[in-house]
Design a protein around this ligand. Sequence first.
Ligand code: ATP
Length: 636
Amino acid sequence: MAPPLPSPTAKPTPPRPSWRWFIVLAIVTLVWLVQSGVGSDAHQVVDYTTMLGWVRAGKVKEVVLRPDSITGTLSEPQKLDGHTVTDFRSPLPKDDRLVPLLDDKSVKIKVENEDSPLLVRILMMALPWVLIIGVWLWLSRRTQQMMVAGGPLGGFLKRGRKFEKATAPSATFDDVAGLTAAKRDLSEIVEFLKHPELFRSLGARVPRGVLLVGPPGTGKTLLARAVAGEADAPFYSISASEFVEMFVGVGAARVRELFTEAKRNAPSIVFIDELDGVGRARGTGLGGGHDEREQTLNQLLSEMDGFERGDLVVVIAATNRPDVLDAALLRPGRFDRRVMIDLPEAAAREAILRVHTRDKPLAAEADLAHIAALTAGFSGADLANLANEAALAATRRRAEVVARADFLAAYDKLVLGDPREGKLRPVEKKRVAIHESGHAVIAWATPEAEPLSRVSILPRGMALGATQQVPPEDRHLHTRAELDARLRVLLGGYAAERVVLGEISTGAENDLGEATRLASKMVAHYGMSEALGPVHYDIREDHAFLGQRIATESGTSDATVHAIETEARALLAGVLAAATAKITAHRAELDRLSAALLEEETLERDRLEELLGPRATPHDVLPIQAPVPSPRTAHS
Ligand code: ATP
């Protein structure tokens, strides 16, 4: 994450108190009116029937009639609900019998045309308006305060506002583990900032804009900071989303100010995070905020074009969506150098773990290489998080060193979620054990499947159980046979429930979703369907239901979408048949495993090997579309 820009020092203007007092006064008056104006005098409020009863019994001496109420005095005090009542007040419905009755009982009648005194009525009518106007005045004053210099928005609006002078970060390339190629590419920038005269004397043009492209959390910001740290150059960092302000023109002004300040303090680095937030291709925006983004982008482009030969400012931007960037950004002289930052490989993961455990005492058995092997697909940020969670787990145990078990606990927490509170019913627990054993037995009995690492029926996060497989090394390609094996493992739980319990449950939803997505990709993206042949069709992956995959702009016809669906379904049906056959053939292993799971809840790799025996060895080279090995040959 990019560190926030130094914010301008705010000079709060002391608020003038007059309007505040005005509102306070209005509220106090309103409360007083509500309390005193209507209904809170010495009159006891009684219901109409009670009042009528007193009139009929001749207990009322005199009354005052108003449009909506009647007040009166009794000839002698009466007890009512524990109170002694002398004066009363009651609501007054339209009742033609009342006046003749009062007359009949010789009650003295006074008539008043209004319920409350004139002043009270005027105040009651005026007060809501006074309050509304007061709040409006207050809001407009607040907005003004925000806009003028010193207020939160004022800094952006005021022309010529200075970004505070940034300092060089303390990070160096040593803090960035792995990313060797990226560091090599960027060391040229460091050299340029440190010794510009060397480059100038040879007439070399050094890229002024570097685009770091890679998934979130892979260390792009860290790398940019390290470049600045190595070159001892001030680091101006801003996220593109901060440029795009509420008011059109503000983003562009901020870009101008940022570059002015960076040039003033050159040699310096400007880092723009999430460049795609502002650098999306122009003319493609939908809805509001579009003009503002375009203006900001244009300003950015013109600032980069305006670099003089002598300016020692390098702009480093980061994005994980290079595909949506405006082509103008990638032209020579702008972000013409791209540095790819990939998810770390096993060795880099180990190095990152090493960086993030520098200040943590590790137990001798906490083998970081092993943890790195477990964490394929983790980003640098995930690994930093893992190391921290492991240290927290050790602290909770009051241990002196961080042990392997702490890393494993942290891994479970990050990958699977926290353990669930609620307990499963025994029958549910049994079903989960059978389901997980189904996945596990197929993974064990299929040579092309990734080796089993752990099986557990402890509910965590959204899952009731988990079967973990860990590839022996990082994989960059998958063969058809390996994908078939993955599908079979995915449907293993579903197949096991069907074979053993004779009935399926809702527990396979996630497996089915994943299997369906993979099967559709195999058919539509990887050319793995006989019927469709070697083609690539764009299908949207964000829909769980095949039927909702809509033909995209690429022009995929309805008939093709239908064919993809039919093929994927056929593929999955074949996989289910193979998985069912395997489960049936290895029923003994499945029963053994599920019994052990019910007993022990979590089975680690060694225990799994003990229960199942050695797993089928993978073939090194697999023919394309290898026939599914029969359970017997696979196992024996
Ligand atoms: P985003 O795209 O989400 O902004 P990013 O690619 O800029 O992410 P960083 O913010 O640089 O990623 O990384 C987050 C944290 O992950 C870093 O502060 C650092 O602790 C850790 N990290 C990531 N990659 C590495 C690495 N190669 N070496 C050491 N630490 C790393």
